[in-house]
Design a protein around this ligand. Structure first.
Ligand SMILES: C[C@](O)(CO)[C@H](O)COP(=O)(O)OP(=O)(O)OC[C@H]1O[C@@H](n2ccc(N)nc2=O)[C@H](O)[C@@H]1O
Ligand SMILES: Nc1ncnc2c1ncn2[C@@H]1O[C@H](COP(=O)(O)OP(=O)(O)OP(=O)(O)O)[C@@H](O)[C@H]1O
Length: 302
């Protein structure tokens, strides 16, 4: 057993992997390699997966639990899971798997899979944070960002899990305007997994200019007013590929007090903005009773 293992073996480490929501998403161009250039305002909600790590002597393994653990499948608990890919990168940064403890990772999957709220990306980012801390690898922030970029376009923004403007293919991050002190969000997913590459392929060929952001939004109404002038360039394609997205958008639009309704990322999760988190929670409570087959979450931004 390595010295590091002895130091940490009695501890259990945990990290939250929060849902990312693209409040607007403009496809502004396309790179020669086929990746799309974006301008997007990403925010994070308290809805999350949880990643837990218990160091041990045995080879590192991953268990999946939670509402979406089983649907993600045992296959995904192997090396293909983004958590294990992230773990392999931190091991490599430590000089190899033999240099750090093994043990058990448990991913409590509460965010729907392939749903436009970056669940897998948030898990990967949580694994980078968690294991570099537990193994005391402490790569500098540039090295950590590079690992994140290699894992997926949404992983860099999930590393800090705080509101940011995403540009480039998602790796160029800058500060978001100050969000309103009071604002609620309702997230709804119809249960159909949507493939991100397919949605990018099926979008119409238009490019949308980069948004002109203010310094701050004093209240939820002004945020919604700004967002109503922006769009999600992938929403129409997602409605074609996955028609229930349109039903969800229509249902959200009918909820009293909603200020704006849109899809996040490449779908299928849609959101509605409310004046405060209590109103969003109340809307989630009512909707989950009417539509028990949908995944529904209401609350505030982080
Ligand atoms: C749509 C967003 O969720 C917005 O935040 C992200 O851009 C997608 O991020 P992600 O799921 O982490 O995406 P990746 O796993 O890196 O890429 C999946 C696939 O989506 C397409 N893709 C992704 C990001 C991007 N800027 N342009 C693309 O064209 C590519 O076909 C790529 O092969
Ligand atoms: N830990 C994980 N959680 C969820 N999906 C994972 C994970 N590891 C690998 N995957 C695979 O990644 C794919 C995308 O999953 P994810 O939930 O990140 O998509 P998404 O919500 O559409 O993300 P984005 O908003 O970044 O487009 C799925 O097809 C899934 O099989």
């Amino acid at each position: 057993m390595s010295e590091k293992t002895e130091n940490v073996s009695s501890q259990i480490f945990s990290e939250s992997a929060r849902a990312k929501i693209n409040l607007y998403l403009h496809v502004t161009g396309k790179r020669a390699d086929g990746y799309h250039l974006l301008d997007s305002l990403a925010v994070f909600a308290e809805a999350c997966d949880e990643l837990l790590y218990e160091p041990g002597d045995e080879e590192l393994r991953l268990e999946l639990t939670g509402r979406f653990g089983a649907p993600l499948g045992q296959d995904a608990a192997g090396q293909n899971n983004l958590v294990m890919k992230a773990a392999a990168m931190v091991q490599a940064a430590a000089g190899g798997a033999a240099k750090v403890p093994g043990g058990r990772l448990v991913l409590r999957k509460e965010l729907p899979v392939a749903s436009g709220i970056g669940g897998g990306s948030a898990d990967a980012a949580a694994a980078l944070r968690l294991l570099s801390r537990a193994w005391q690898v402490e790569p500098d922030s540039e090295a950590l960002s590079l690992m994140a970029e290699k894992l997926g376009a949404d992983v860099p923004v999930c590393l800090d899990s705080r509101a940011a403007r995403m540009e480039g293919i998602g790796e160029k991050l800058s500060d978001a305007p100050a969000l309103p002190p009071s604002c609620g969000i309702l997230l709804v997913n119809c249960g159909v997994a949507v493939s991100t590459p397919e949605i990018f392929r099926r979008r119409d060929g238009h490019f949308v200019p980069r948004a002109d952001l203010p310094d701050a939004w004093p209240d939820a109404q002004s945020l919604a007013g700004f967002l109503s002038l922006q769009s999600n360039s992938l929403q129409d394609a997602a409605c074609l590929v996955c028609p229930p997205v349109r039903d969800v958008l229509n249902v959200l639009a009918d909820i009293p007090d909603n200020l704006l309704v849109r899809m996040s990322g490449s779908g299928a999760t849609c959101f509605a903005i409310f004046p405060d988190d209590a109103t969003a929670r109340q809307a989630a409570y009512s909707l989950s009773r009417n539509r028990p087959e949908w995944w529904v979450w209401g609350g505030g931004f982080c």
